[in-house]
Design a protein around this ligand. Structure first.
Ligand SMILES: Cc1ncc(COP(=O)(O)O)c(C=O)c1O
Length: 398
């Protein structure tokens, strides 16, 4: 019996494998400090839960339009457009079961075999997986570490563009490295996209997980970009709804029409009663989302303080996401580790502190000499952050 040979090209999200290792270690009776998975250990806001029960009880239990219910598409068009300084209509929105499906569906609509796709590496691992699986050629771009965070190496990115380049994947408010673009960086990327006629996937999963009053930056708001950009939108992070599976693809109406064909072929429609609840709450009472953000911000501060208390580690305070991406090159050398994964497992087994590492976010690039880990603070309490980072400090400095 044969399997499809394309499966060899399909990657995975190895953060889930790290979770399994942490679980196995916990089952042996050890306390785990779960910094590995970008999941949220806080409840979905009450108004969303209440509205969901209500619509479930109103028998919104049948199929609904594959594109999503008009009320939610309209509400999102308004909300997402106004938060980015552009206008969208219902025709620009197609509801998805989560943020992730937008990635493969957009590639399936605009990418041809042999097309070169620029994507962030380190970055969300599903980009690389789906580019390869669907026959594209992944062309990674990377970030330079600066005193205040990370910045895209625009010149290197420009140099990697060829006649075959057709797409740019851009994740502002970035997972795993929590980079937030300056306005100059967004403009430089837009200029490249316009000059080389590229489609852009703007992964906005963390667009609303920001801890600053500075207005957010979006590539769609630059002249000429709305027509070539598809936004990956998700409710997962903003409303602590990772397991509910609701999101949307938002962009040019012609692209949306094609993506909707995949909805019909794939899931038929996204959960019906949840869509009604979200249509009501997307621009309604936001106090639940605000409380969530405030808790995440406090955790971020505790994290930054705890990590910077460790000799050999320095992290700036990121303005967005719920990750930190410390450089651990010095502390690894001190503990005489040369292999990042061995270091990660030793940390787990010595302290219970579980985290992901650079290689879980795309294939490491040849020139890399520094080692990084990713710590998420969305699924761990403030007390456990303090306790876990304290144990990590003792182990690293011991
Ligand atoms: C950058 C990025 N994009 C997309 C997603 C997928 O989001 P969802 O869980 O809504 O599918 C994630 C989830 O962690 C993410 O970090």
């Amino acid at each position: 019996m044969k399997f499809n040979s394309k499966l060899d090209r399909l990657g995975t999200e190895t953060a889930f494998a790290v979770s399994a290792q942490a679980r196995a270690w916990a089952e042996k009776g050890h306390k785990i400090y779960p910094f590995h998975l970008g999941d949220i250990n806080l409840p979905t806001p009450e108004n969303i839960r209440e509205a969901t029960y209500r619509f479930m009880n109103q028998n919104k239990n049948g199929y609904c339009p594959s594109e999503g219910i008009p009320e939610l598409r309209e509400a999102l068009a308004h909300d997402v457009g106004s938060k980015r300084g552009v206008e969208y209509a219902m025709e620009n929105v197609v509801i998805q079961p989560g943020g992730k499906p937008t990635i493969w569906k957009f590639f399936a609509v605009v990418m041809n075999e042999g097309d070169e796709v620029l994507y962030p590496n380190p970055g969300y691992p599903i980009y690389e997986s789906q580019i390869k699986y669907q026959g594209g050629i992944p062309v990674p771009y990377s970030y330079d570490e600066t005193d205040s965070g990370f910045a895209i190496d625009i010149e290197k990115l420009r140099a990697s563009i060829t006649e075959k380049t057709t797409m740019l994947v851009y994740n502002n408010y970035q997972n795993p490295i929590c980079a937030a673009s300056s306005q100059e960086e967004v403009e430089a990327l837009a200029e490249l996209a316009l000059e080389h006629d590229l489609w852009v996937l703007s992964d906005d999963a963390y667009y609303e997980i920001r801890y600053t009053d500075e207005p957010p930056r979006s590539i769609v708001n630059i002249s000429g970009m709305q027509e070539r950009t598809l936004i990956l939108y998700t409710f997962s992070k903003k409303f602590a709804m990772t397991g509910w599976r609701v999101g949307a693809s938002i962009g040019p109406a012609e692209v949306i029409k094609q993506i909707a064909r995949f909805n019909i072929n794939d899931e038929s429609c996204t959960n019906h009663f949840i869509q009604h609840a979200l249509a009501e709450t997307v621009e309604g009472d936001q106090s639940g989302a605000k409380a969530l953000l405030s808790e995440l911000q406090t955790r971020r501060d505790v994290m930054v303080e705890g990590l910077n208390a460790i000799n050999g580690i320095h992290v700036p305070k990121p303005e967005s996401t719920f990750y930190l991406f410390p450089n651990v090159t010095k502390v690894m050398a001190k503990k005489e580790f040369t292999d990042l994964d061995e270091f990660r497992i030793a940390a787990l087994e010595s302290t219970g502190v579980s985290f992901c590492a650079r290689h879980h976010f795309g294939t490491p690039l040849e020139h890399e000499t520094e080692h990084y880990i990713r710590l998420a603070y969305s699924g761990i309490t403030q007390n456990d952050i303090r306790e876990g980072l304290g144990k990590l400090k003792s182990w690293l400095e011991g």
